[in-house]
Design a protein around this ligand. Sequence first.
Ligand code: IPE
Ligand code: IPE
Ligand code: MG
Length: 252
Amino acid sequence: MSLKQKINANQLPQHIAIIMDGNGRWANIKGKLRVFGHQNGVRPIRKVSEAAAELGIGYVTLYAFSTENWNRPEKEVKALMELLRKTIPQELPTLMKNNIRLNAIGDLKRLPEQNYKALMDAMKETETNTGLVLTLALSYSSRWEIVEAVKKITSEIQQGNYTAEAIDEKLFGAHLSTATMPDPDLLIRTSGEWRISNYMLWQIAYSELYFTDKFWPDFGKEDLYKAILAYQNRERRFGKTSDQLTTSSNKK
Ligand code: IPE
Ligand code: IPE
Ligand code: MG
């Protein structure tokens, strides 16, 4: 039985978030420049998107460039932006073929104008696709996103739309850039690092975490299947006891 066949189609994660890490180290080991690693980080994005679309997963959100990544050497930031600008239109046929809708979250206004335009064009082109929603987190950090939500809520209160008492988790979540998505069920990080690096801090409250030593350029469909199988072997208790979960009436 292949790994794919072992996956229980009735217990798929609805939303998978991925911290794509290790491009630079992957290249360095090969005696190449870091940018070579980033170039080789595109193929796994295609593979993972295809695999997720084939399985019928609703949402995949990829951490592609963090707020903190703006502090990298100018040359690397420039190379990453160039790669992004070229890759987006190149990947359009794959997105269309797989019925994938492209989406983006983050401080997109900080992106170079041409990148912003390439992104908006591709999002427009794919907006009627009904399959997987593939979100790129670009110029994104969770603390930035939370602060933005606080600003929006404060301004709505000042305008008299509602009072501070009306703030609850639902209202807060609705002011995040992920408002239209369910929280990630599964968070994957590659490259052997065990940290979150400012990614979806609010949304991953109950996500299952999966870490792999593989560097992102080596990550493929089989690795995604492995992560999903690991997820399907976890017991998600949401604070309850294991016994409560086996009593079907108490199942979350
Ligand atoms: C992930 O790979 C891609 C981005 C953060 C843009 P890195 O560039 O972080 O590669 P490592 O972690 O230095 O190997
Ligand atoms: C996290 O990777 C950001 C992205 C994958 C885009 P980093 O490589 O920037 O994270 P740290 O600095 O190792 O925590
Ligand atoms: Mg890294």
